[in-house]
Design a binder for this molecule. Structure first.
Ligand SMILES: NCc1[nH]cc(CCC(=O)O)c1CC(=O)O
Length: 310
């Protein structure tokens, strides 16, 4: 075993740090004696916290600085929440490993109410995700959606000060930060289709770094990769980043992958959805196929408005 350390570039948020520590712990467990160092850094996305991300060109705000660190050989790998990773990578970098997925569902968090159905008329729900907003408004047009930004801890604190009746967060983040007790209920994919890659962690590295690639290989989880590949392929074809009203969620039974997709407008007045299935090894084709179906049904018009193209 080589003694050159592996350096992990990571954001400083508690969730990002948890994910980096999670990869560090796995590497140390597989390779006793290895040295893994964390290189915490701030990204543009951490700094601009007051502008809706869709307006500041949301794609990649949270990952660029990490990628520059790898390209300049100040770091070897970066650990990402798959839902925040842009669909394309700078030349020389790639997503080498996708780890096993945590719970992919959205979580309903409230100190008073148990489920969305329990919320009174006109209750205030916090989320900055257009995808969550769209699906909640479709179900409950009476609810008031109020912007909610910041790290998981910041968002929970804002709920606790009474600014919101409830907030929606990814279950995965709360579970990882040992905040499961804050989850009032889980929102099933039938009710709120998750974002592509939600709950999965991916590891990016330099594609010519054979040493690091070999060390990372055992962290790969094949089933998660197929699922996330299908979900991301759909988003890629729709040219969607994380900050768009698009949901994509794949499941695998035996070797059959079933992918559900959804595009809606932020106020929930229109939602276009469909499902495809096929062999899991066709994951990318299935994602593209579903995107085409959604585009044919009118997704393009909706997305053009969101991207200010119409
Ligand atoms: N967009 C921020 C973000 N990126 C990943 C997660 C949660 C963990 C995950 O999906 O892996 C969150 C927080 C949230 O949406 O509540």
């Amino acid at each position: 075993m080589s003694h050159t350390p592996i350096r992990i570039a990571t954001r400083k948020s508690p969730l990002a740090m948890w994910q980096a520590e999670f990869v560090k712990a796995q590497l140390e467990n597989i390779y006793p004696g290895i040295t893994v160092e964390l290189l915490p850094m701030s990204t543009k996305g951490d700094v601009i916290l007051d502008t809706p991300l869709a307006k500041v060109g949301g794609k990649g705000l949270f990952v660029k600085e990490l990628e520059v660190a790898m390209l300049e050989n100040r770091a070897d790998i970066a650990v990402h929440s798959m839902k925040d990773v842009p669909v394309d990578f700078p030349e020389g970098l790639g997503l080498h490993v996708i780890c096993e997925r945590e719970d992919p569902r959205d979580a309903f968090v409230s100190n008073v109410y148990k489920t969305i159905d329990d919320l009174p008329q006109g209750a205030v729900v916090g989320t900055s995700s257009l995808r969550r907003q769209c699906q909640i408004r479709a179900m409950r047009p009476d609810l008031v959606i109020k912007d909610l930004r910041g790290n998981v801890g910041t968002r929970l604190a804002k709920l606790d000060t009474g600014d919101y009746d409830a907030i929606i967060l990814a279950a995965a983040g709360l579970l990882r930060l040992k905040l499961e007790q804050r989850i009032a209920s889980y929102i099933e994919p039938e009710v709120s289709l998750p974002a592509n890659g939600q709950g999965a962690v991916g590891i990016e590295c330099r594609l010519d770094d054979d040493r690091v690639k070999a060390l990372l290989a055992p962290l790969e989880h094949k089933e998660t990769r197929y699922r996330v590949l299908a979900e991301r392929a759909m988003n890629t074809r729709l040219e969607g980043g994380c900050q768009v009203p698009i949901g994509a969620y794949a499941e695998i039974k035996q070797d059959t992958l079933t992918l559900r997709g959804l595009v809606g407008n932020p106020d929930g007045s229109e939602i276009i959805s469909d499902t495809v299935s096929g062999h899991k090894e066709q994951a990318i084709e299935l994602g593209q196929q579903l995107a085409e179906l959604l585009l044919k049904k009118g997704a393009k018009v909706i997305l053009d408005v969101v991207y200010n193209k119409a």
